[in-house]
Design a protein around this ligand. Structure first.
Ligand code: MG
Length: 299
């Protein structure tokens, strides 16, 4: 590694000799309800301190942890216990409104639910606030915990620079006021959001998501060089998009390479062989098991 000054949090997303990092995706979506405090508790208890999750803003400016800018029919239940059919924008709801929904179960009749047959089904879970997770990891026993904090782009507001600046400011206010800046990496597919993060908080490391198959995310021809020029710390390609040479090239630019979302054993093995820094998985224990079997550590 070069002598470039890097935030502590980004350093903890880099591999070491005999050690590859694991990130729990949305907590551990394969085994516990996604983006819930229960899932984060489980992931930390399993000895995986790196947590990926998704943040959007409510109508009353509370950063909350959920994947979509709208309610998600396959995971949100209303006060009658039924899965919802109206996927309302979260920006049209207050945090109090959002707390009327439960998110601890998945609709097994949906294609989304069918993809996660082992996920625990739990009553009484609500969408957490970003502040709730920050409070958890600021406890001394979780000093090793690190946040891969994904800022979700709302398609309706994607070109609204004031809305973007407001969203970034709200997130930064939470992580600063809860004193977890040194435990946080800011992460997004929307590189305009990351540019705003750089402007408002240049000291906090940034992670650049990419996926080749979705054309709405316009990618530069040399993605690692672009991220390097932006001062980014991590490149997060979809695992199917990369070769071992891509990984080596990005690492030669002193970028950490975090691949997502790697759930099948054969794919986990291939990513280990490619030499990635971090494997992000809905099944972090499955990655632990492969690393353990191959004589590697993750922490
Ligand atoms: Mg995410």
């Amino acid at each position: 590694m070069s002598g470039r000054v890097m935030g502590d949090a980004a350093a903890d997303f880099r591999k070491l000799s005999g050690l590859i990092r694991i990130v729990g995706h949305r907590g551990a979506r394969g085994v516990f309800p996604e983006n819930t405090m229960l899932g984060f508790d489980y992931t930390l208890a399993a000895g995986v301190p790196l947590l990926e999750f998704d943040v959007v803003l409510t109508g009353d400016d509370i950063p909350v942890i959920t994947h979509n800018p709208t309610l998600h029919a396959a995971t949100f239940r209303d006060e009658t216990g039924q899965f919802i059919t109206n996927e309302m924008p979260i920006r049209d709801l207050s945090y109090a409104d959002l707390c009327r929904y439960e998110v601890g179960k998945i609709d097994g009749q949906s294609a989304y639910g069918a993809a996660f047959p082992d996920q625990a089904q739990v009553d009484g879970l609500q969408v957490p606030r970003l502040a709730d997770l920050c409070a958890l990891i600021s406890r001394p026993e979780h000093a090793a915990a690190r946040l891969l904090l994904e800022m979700k782009s709302d398609p309706v507001l994607a070109q609204d620079t004031a809305a973007r600046a407001h969203f970034v400011a709200a997130v930064l206010d939470v992580i600063r006021s809860t004193h977890v800046v040194g435990q946080t990496v800011l992460h997004s597919f929307d590189w305009a959001i990351l540019a705003e993060c750089k402007a408002q908080a240049p000291e906090i490391p940034r992670s650049y998501l990419s996926i080749a198959s979705e054309p709405q995310f316009q990618l530069p021809p040399d993605i690692p060089a672009h991220i390097k020029a932006e001062g980014g710390a991590l490149w997060c390609p979809h695992f199917a998009d990369i070769t071992a040479a891509d990984v080596a090239y990005a690492q030669s630019l002193d970028l950490g390479v975090v691949v997502w979302t790697v759930n099948q054993t054969a794919d986990i093995d291939r990513m280990i062989d490619f030499g990635v820094d971090v494997i992000c998985s809905d099944y972090p224990a499955r990655v632990q098991r492969r690393l353990s079997d191959r004589g590697l550590r993750w922490q």
